[in-house]
Design a protein around this ligand. Sequence first.
Ligand code: FAD
Length: 284
Amino acid sequence: MVYDSAIIGTGAAGISAALNLKVHEKNFIWIGSKELSSKISKAERIFNYPGLPGVSGEELCRAFLAQIKEMDIAITERMVTSVLPMNGHYVLMAGADFYEAETVILATGTAAVHTLPGEQELLGQGVSYCATCDGGLYRGRTVAVICGSARFEHEARYLAQLAADVYYLPQYRMERTFEQENITIVSGKAAEILGGERVSGVRLDDGSILKADGVFCLRDSIAPGTLFSDLKMENGHIAVDRSMAASLPGVYAAGDCTGRPYQYAKAVGEGNIAAHSVIEYLEA
Ligand SMILES: Cc1cc2nc3c(=O)[nH]c(=O)nc-3n(C[C@H](O)[C@H](O)[C@H](O)COP(=O)(O)OP(=O)(O)OC[C@H]3O[C@@H](n4cnc5c(N)ncnc54)[C@H](O)[C@@H]3O)c2cc1C
């Protein structure tokens, strides 16, 4: 099935886009997290969102979730790892699954994802963003997992079923450990991904080196420039016009990923515009 649209991201911008596409009865898929966005739930108090003075992030998150449920909008809990143009529409790769859509709304949050030295150079040569897609390449071998969120711990468990050894580098405060004996939790920050033709390991900020055949970088977002191979960027953000159109036909962007100010109200407004632009594009 080819959807009318695919929204990537479940923050304020994605929510606004989804509500508007739903109101206009478009057939769309919405990919992200069922917990929406940590940038909503973690805000202590929000004083500049119209109509809800001093609302806490948790309260706002609950209100958004209730509205999504009330409007019967589903979230597909996946991480999109790449988007490819194909015969006038787009194919979104997410783990072992793929989805096809006429249009794409990128609502992925701050675009300036910090990548490690060596990461871009070795992408596809041992660096991967998706355990489900590439785990099978490391059967019986050693991998390192640089993980930005507890949300992806299951990916390390999956890798441990295939690889001989897994070095797990949590770049967040870990609250529980793994039951599998072949996972070694390594404290310290990853500083560089090492390798020549292919990955050879990871250098930590204390100078120590972990040897690995593959490195999985699992984060809450992937830089849009990595998602799409030829999307025009400006100062680390997706370049858009006033209709929120990005540089590829049928691709729109909204929220923090298009630039400052990083604010809920801007994200909601841009999500709204992007959805309406998608509707016009489909009609044209
Ligand atoms: C602690 C804190 C307090 C804040 N307080 C305020 C405030 O008081 N007022 C204000 O206006 N703003 C505030 N902000 C800023 C506000 O949170 C952001 O501007 C807003 O969340 C941007 O929304 P967004 O939808 O663009 O992105 P985000 O909220 O970052 O959402 C993006 C979502 O997309 C998902 N995603 C990204 N890439 C992919 C992918 N490849 N596949 C699937 N999903 C993906 C992410 O996991 C995330 O869930 C605060 C931010 C923080 C961190």
